[in-house]
Write a protein that binds this ligand. Structure first.
Ligand code: PBG
Length: 325
């Protein structure tokens, strides 16, 4: 008689596991704030900090020593304006941050490319009245991309969900001879409430409206495939589904349909929910992250952007962690 439990005995269970998490797939987001000199705790994301340009070097070195392969950088500039000039200033926070990391270590540096941290209104594009302008924003995204590549970014990750942003960025990079710099497009990015804690982390709350006019409707799946297809046609080398856990169906479809390197972003709200529940004693933090991350990988993610990457690496290094949940 077939007994499924035979393969669930300790040891055998691990041998037949279909999915293995690996530190090699993980990407740690880092917030760099040029106004501070010491790391500053992010209240809505316990355990996460904004780094200063100085502390960033220490943090990057630590991550490299722990074996985290890559970081995703977000910048908090000293000044914001209507049109987000700071986003492509050669002495801007991200440009300086990238140079510092690349001078001191070998981490793969991915830069988030968006206007929302640099505009006074907090939207991801230029505005007229309360409308976010798509086509007028595109040349600026191209300029930002080239300035990131110039600073030494290894991968450019546009997150603004402007139509044709990938083409604009690829064109600008190629013109400036950054033909070998890959684009990781936030292709299927939903207008999600799970970005809540990020607004504190990156101070990117918006002055009016919402992002529903340019980010995707959580009710839609077929549209995600369309978005991904367009980005691939425009030159995206890798694509992303974001958030991760409520969107595992999308992740699976994208991976099956296109077969391109696919990243999933376990976003701020997904992180903080687990940490907050664990703080109350309602969940085991480590077990919850292991399960969530394993399921994200099982659903098709080749890479996972997670705020827990450093913690995972620390536990692996201390051999505290079982690889399989
Ligand atoms: C900027 C951006 C956001 C996130 C990543 N890039 C916020 C947003 O689109 O509103 C969210 C990441 C997270 O919640 O961890 N466009």
């Amino acid at each position: 008689m077939r007994r499924m439990r035979r393969l669930r005995a300790p040891g055998i269970r691990e041998m037949v596991a279909e999915t293995q998490l690996s530190l090699k797939d993980m990407i740690q987001p880092i917030f760099v704030d040029e106004r501070i000199s010491l790391p500053k705790a992010i209240e809505a994301m316990p355990g996460q900090f904004r780094q200063s340009l100085e502390s960033l070097e220490v943090e990057a070195g630590l991550l490299e020593d722990l074996g985290v392969p890559a970081v995703l950088l977000f910048g908090l500039p000293a000044q914001k304006d209507e049109v987000g000039l700071g986003a492509y200033d050669p002495e801007g926070v991200i440009q300086r941050a990238v140079r510092r990391i690349k001078e001191t270590c070998n981490l793969i540096v991915i830069t988030d490319l968006c206007l929302c941290e640099y505009t006074s209104h907090g939207h991801c594009g230029l505005i007229r009245g309360e409308t976010v302008l798509n086509d007028e924003t595109l040349p600026i995204l191209g300029k930002i991309a080239s300035s990131h590549a110039e600073a030494g970014a290894d991968i450019i990750a546009p997150s603004g969900m402007m139509d044709h942003m990938v083409r604009a960025i690829r064109t600008a990079l190629d013109l400036d001879e950054y033909t070998d710099t890959p684009i990781l497009s936030y292709a299927a990015k939903y207008a999600s409430t799970f970005y809540g804690p990020f607004r504190e982390a990156a101070e990117s709350g918006f002055a009016f409206g919402d992002r529903k006019g340019y980010q995707m409707n959580p009710a839609n799946a077929a549209e995600a495939l369309w978005e991904v297809q367009l980005d691939i046609e425009e030159g995206a080398d890798m694509v992303m589904v974001k958030p991760a856990m409520p969107y595992l169906d999308i992740l699976r479809m994208v991976k099956d349909m296109f077969g391109v390197p696919t990243a999933a972003y376990q976003v701020s709200g997904e992180y903080s929910m687990i940490v907050a529940a664990a703080e109350r004693g309602w969940l085991n933090e480590e077990a919850a992250f292991l399960e969530a991350l394993t399921c994200i990988k099982r659903a098709g993610a080749d890479m996972i952007i997670t705020y827990w990457a450093k913690e995972y690496a620390t536990k692996i290094n201390n051999e505290e962690l079982r690889m399989i949940p």
